[in-house]
Design a protein around this ligand. Structure first.
Ligand SMILES: *[C@@H]1O[C@H](CO)[C@@H](O)[C@H](O)[C@H]1NC(C)=O
Ligand SMILES: *[C@@H]1O[C@H](CO)[C@@H](O)[C@H](O)[C@H]1NC(C)=O
Length: 221
């Protein structure tokens, strides 16, 4: 288009016609052809850019969508939040008194609960104190999904919040009833329970001596 206008201008100015039409040697045609090539190249690059932008956006949405978001700081007036969705998170973000934060560095989130699988080792009691120091307590496993999840995440031996210290019965630290049981060999000696992440999750709990130094699993809401 540009080239044609220029040519037209030339003729209108009364200057001589371009040299004998030799398509291969005509500089205007040459430029025209180059412009076409450049235009196609830019178009292709533009399309690639748009595609990349879409990929980036999709990834961004996916990542932020699955990010833990629902650990809400409780105030006296606010009821506990139950579900964790991005929408919910945004709703919460807009409320000034509430903060939407994730479980914290090193913690895992599963079904609205935060879990921490330690690297360091302590006795059962010390592990409990460590968990409490981090705002939680040893893990209480009340269904198969949590048992499977924790077994998948950990490959070591971890203290969980189950013991029969001072009682004859195995009791969870929050006194919740022992509904599911994944005992392996219950005749091991010891009054505190471990979850052995390297054993089949259906039977990975074992009694262990509470004074052993082992990794532990903390839990907080
Ligand atoms: C104990 O912890 C489990 C797992 O988090 C929870 O489902 C249960 O409601 C708790 N029980 C009590 C009495 O707090
Ligand atoms: C369970 O542990 C006890 C004591 O360590 C051992 O004698 C017994 O053979 C074990 N039983 C099984 C089924 O592994």
């Amino acid at each position: 288009m540009y080239v044609k206008l220029c040519n037209f201008g030339k003729y209108a100015n009364g200057k001589s016609k371009p040299k004998q039409l030799q398509p291969d040697s005509d500089p205007w045609l040459d430029i025209h052809r180059k412009l076409r090539v450049y235009r196609i190249v830019s178009l292709v690059l533009f399309v690639i850019c748009v595609l990349l932008l879409i990929v980036v956006l999709v990834l961004f949405m996916k990542l932020t969508g699955t990010q833990p978001c629902q650990n809400v700081e409780q105030t006296e007036s606010s009821p506990p939040e139950q579900d964790c969705s991005l929408k919910k998170c945004h709703e919460v973000y807009q409320l000034p008194q509430r903060l939407c934060r994730d479980c914290g560095k090193g913690w895992l989130r599963f079904e609205n609960t935060c879990y921490f699988l330690s690297q360091t080792r302590f006795s059962w009691q010390q592990s409990r104190e460590e968990c409490q120091r981090m705002g939680g307590d040893l893990a209480v496993i009340t269904n198969e999904r949590v048992q499977m999840y924790l077994s998948r995440k950990g490959s070591l031996h971890y203290w969980i919040g189950l013991s029969h210290l001072g009682t004859n019965e195995w009791t969870w630290i929050n006194n919740t009833a022992l509904t599911v049981r994944y005992w392996g060999n219950l005749s091991f000696p010891g009054e505190c329970a471990i979850l052995a992440g390297n054993e089949p999750p259906e039977r990975s709990w074992h009694p262990s001596s509470c004074s052993l130094y082992l990794q532990y699993i903390c839990q907080k809401m």
